[in-house]
Structure formats: C-alpha cells, structure tokens
Design a protein around this ligand. Structure first.
Ligand code: IMP
Length: 432
C-alpha cells in the first residue's frame, strides 16, 4: 500500500476529475497542493453532478478528509461559495471533513482585479496569457514577495492592519500606474473580517496532521491541478500558471516529505488540448481539430472557453514522465479517436533544420518547432465503455502500446467513457 499523486501530464484538462474520484473512493485523505479555483472539474456521483474548483474531490464522499495544503492560493469568497453550493446539494462540510492549511496564501479581490486588468491591457498589445482571471498569479506574486496575507493572519487582528498596509503599498503603486482607483485600508480590513469567521474553523497545521495520518497508515491521495506543461518552471513559459504543477510540489505544497509520496500517476489524454495562449506544436486548426473538440466536449469547466485540440504529442508527455517521475499513466478519452481514418503521434520536432526529441525551453524556439509524426491506422469500432482489453479493437490496442513505448511509462488505467466504471484497470496505484 502506498500514497498516490495525481498530475496532469499535458496542459491540464486531461480528465483528472473522473480518475481522482475513482481513486478518492479508495483513499482516506485527499489533498490539494497547488493552484486555486482556476482548476475545475465535474464529478458525477450516483447521478448527481458536483462542480468543484477549489475543494479537493474527496469532499463529496462521506468519511473522507479533504485537505487544502499550503501550496494552494485560497480565495475565501470562492471557498465559502463552494461550501454553500455543496450544502445546497446535501453535502455538509465541517472541520471533520475539510482542513485548510494555516500557512496557505489568501487571494483577495485586489488580486482578481489586477489579473483582469493586466489581461485586458495585454489583449490590446497581443501579449495576454489567457489566464482564468481568478487572481491566481497576483496572489502567488505576493506570496514570493513576502507580503501575502495568509489564512492564519485572519486570527491575529492585532498584526493584520500592518500586513494590510504592506500589501497595499505594493498594490496601490501598481494601481496608480494602471490609472485605476487605489484600494483603502478599510476596504481590505472589511473584506478580511467578513470572511474570517467562515474560514477559520477549517484552519489546521496541515503538515502535522498529514504526518500523524501517514504514521497511522492512512491512504493519502494528492490531487494535482492544471498540467505539467503549465508548470511555472517546466511549462511553456510565460504561457503557464503561477505554481509548480509537477509532482514534487505535492511534497512542498502540503508539508509531507517527498519520500512518502508513493505512486505518481500521470493523467494523459489520448490526444492533446490546451486553453489560453501559448505554443502548441501539434495543434490542428482543421476539421480534425474541430472533430476532436466537438466529440471530446472540449470546453473549459471554469471559463467555458473552447479548448484548442491537436494530435497526441509523445515528446511532451515523455518530458512530463521525466519531470514528474511518473510511475504509470491513466490514459483518458481514447474513445474520442474512434472513427478517424489515421492517427498521428508526434515523436519529436524539427527546429531550424535540426531534429530534436524534446521541446526546447526558449519561447522563440517553442514557437518555431515543427512536429515530426508517425502515422497509425485508426479504428472504426467504438471503444466507448470498454472494460477489458478484449473489448478494444486491435488498432486501438496498438495505439495504446505505441503511446506507452514512446513516453516510457505503462498504462495503469484506461478510461473509456466519463462513467466511472468504464475503466480498464491494469494496476491499482494504491496497491503498487
Ligand atoms: P491562471 O492559472 O489563471 O493564471 O492561468 C494561466 C494559464 O493556465 C492559462 O493558459 C490558463 O488557461 C491555464 N489554466 C489554469 N488553470 C487551468 C486548468 O485547470 N486547466 C487548463 N488550463 C488551465
């Protein structure tokens, strides 16, 4: 028995929701360790659909503990709204099933405003990132700038005014530069005091809690958000999110040592998608891209934006296997490829006349690479709902085996529809 870290091995939206839900049934504790309410997934349990952005998936299952680690940026308004929405669906959230790290950074309204103002300004100059406008980036900036307000600060009303002054010195200078009204000290104090009572009951020393649980043998599931190519260091910078999304962050963002992380499961879509701006070597701006988008329902859960679609990029996923230390993958949405005559898989790139086997780090080079493809025969039969290898057409099995070989990691789970039972289990990550 081991712990499990779930990461997206592409640009997010790999179908983590279903797999995390499947695994959370087997876990005692589900931990988020990076990102914030920029993530989004829908869980369907016994016919009821739950939309989660900030709360860990385990929260909708009775008897599970959900933990928001220190690496997450917490918008208290979003937290309260999500708790209330779930209460309306009959899910009661109390400190018995949710803990929030006392050293997690808070997202304030001024972060959200700044995110949107920057994106609007950048839209005019053609340099926008295409963020979710949730204030994620500005909140992380304040964290590393050592002026953030953290969950525990809500309980210390004596030192809070000084912290508010500090964050406002920075933000009001920025706002003056952007030509928008300054924010008053009282506005922030009011914002913080209005949420304190609702947030503080959930606060905990998460590293300590997890350490005790680990020692007593609890099964811990770490739920990553976004994907490895959106990692602030390893992603397609600057078109990335503001946190480390690779598996190592599960340790730093929760306070549990890396030696206890266990099985690293990379959720991997059978083709590629990305939302927002940035390089995407295998993007298909043709009818096949349109086919994948329509058939795969490729629209963002949080923003409703249409996702860009393209062929499977094995070079990128191979890179993710390395940067995350992926033990095995969960391959999702294979059924979306049903009916295509031929399938391309990218195995490397041409850059300025040279063949390379990985995506270079430079922004300019990333924009110039041309994918090198191998072509496989498609399959006509439906793979929807397959629950064993025997249910799959031979060409589909060939595609999966080719993917495994090219990325250098085995398939542990194969998901063949949004239904939780439509999954081929090769290896149970908790038992590996
Ligand atoms: P931010 O995380 O809101 O700052 O957005 C930065 C980039 O990450 C943008 O390209 C977003 O579209 C992308 N992004 C953020 N969260 C997700 C997600 O959950 N899935 C896919 N892309 C995301």
């Amino acid at each position: 028995m081991t712990n499990v870290v779930v990461v997206g091995s592409q640009w997010g939206d790999e179908g983590k929701g279903k797999i995390v839900d499947w695994l959370s049934e087997r876990a005692d504790i589900v931990v988020r360790y990076q990102g914030g309410h920029n993530a989004g997934h829908t869980l369907v349990i016994d016919g009821t659909s739950y939309k989660l952005s900030l709360l860990p998936s385990g929260v909708v299952r009775p008897g599970k503990m959900a933990v928001i680690g220190n690496g997450v940026v917490v918008d208290p308004h979003a937290l309260i709204a999500e708790i209330e929405k779930l209460a309306g669906q009959g899910v009661t959230i109390t400190p018995d099933n949710l803990r929030v790290a006392d050293n997690a950074t808070l997202i304030l309204s001024l972060h959200r405003e700044l995110d949107a103002m920057r994106e609007d300004a950048a839209s005019n100059s053609g340099t926008k990132i295409g963020t979710t406008r949730r204030g994620i980036g500005p909140a992380y900036e304040d964290k590393v700038g050592r002026r953030a307000i953290r969950v525990m600060d809500l309980a210390d009303l004596d030192s809070l005014p000084g912290k508010v002054d500090r964050i406002l010195t920075h933000h009001n200078a920025l706002r003056r530069g952007l030509g928008v009204a300054e924010v008053s000290h009282q506005t922030i104090m009011d914002e913080l005091t209005s949420v304190a009572e609702r947030v503080l009951p959930f606060r905990d020393t998460v590293w300590l809690f997890l350490d005790k649980e680990r020692r007593r043998g609890a099964r811990i599931l770490f739920e990553g958000a976004q994907g490895s190519l959106l990692d602030i260091d390893h992603g397609t910078y600057p078109f990335v999110t503001s946190s480390n999304t690779v598996a190592g962050q599960a340790a730093a963002g929760s306070g549990m040592g890396p030696g206890s992380l266990g099985y690293i499961l990379g959720i991997t879509k059978a083709y590629t998608t990305r939302v927002g701006e940035g390089p995407f070597p295998t993007e298909l701006k043709d009818e096949i891209g349109e086919f994948l988008g329509q058939k795969g329902h490729e629209f963002g859960v949080v923003t409703g934006r249409k996702r860009r679609c393209g062929w499977f990029d094995a070079a990128l996923v191979r890179q993710s296997v390395a940067t995350n230390g992926i033990t095995g993958i969960a391959l999702t949405k294979l059924d979306v490829l049903d009916g295509l005559e031929e399938l391309n898989i990218c195995i490397g790139y041409m850059l300025d006349g040279e063949q390379i086997d990985h995506l270079p780090a430079s922004q300019g080079a990333q924009a110039r690479v041309e994918p090198i493809y191998i072509t496989l025969e498609g399959w006509k039969e439906s793979t929807v709902g397959a629950r064993s290898w025997a249910d799959l057409p031979a060409q589909a099995i060939k595609y999966v085996r080719q993917v495994e070989e090219l990325i250098g990691a085995p398939v542990a789970l194969l998901s063949t529809s949004p239904e939780r039972d439509d999954t081929i289990l090769v290896t149970d990550p908790f038992e590996d």
